[in-house]
Design a protein around this ligand. Structure first.
Ligand SMILES: [Zn+2]
Length: 82
């Protein structure tokens, strides 16, 4: 669960690199995580933090379709590659 909900942000289901996935898998990761979080916590996250800091234009486009914007302003996890 900790990987699903951190500071109210979507952090993907599988924690795989989203920039290496086809768009439909990225959609399942991001929209699916938001659906799960909503069912568990009664609210949807507004932003997501790409696992490993890896994203591209396609990831951002899919994220916006899921009502998410990328939040890559983390600090400590950069050094851990999370
Ligand atoms: Zn992570």
């Amino acid at each position: 669960m900790s990987s699903l909900w951190r500071d109210g942000r979507n952090h993907s289901l599988s924690h795989e690199r989203l920039d290496r996935m086809p768009a439909d898998e990225v959609r399942a990761e991001l929209c699916g995580t938001s659906d799960t979080l909503e069912s568990l916590f009664g609210r949807r996250p507004l932003s997501f933090r790409p696992p490993h800091g890896a994203y591209d234009d396609e990831v951002l486009l899919v994220a916006s379709d899921c009502g998410l914007y990328a939040n890559v302003m983390w600090s400590a996890e950069v050094t851990t590659g999370c």
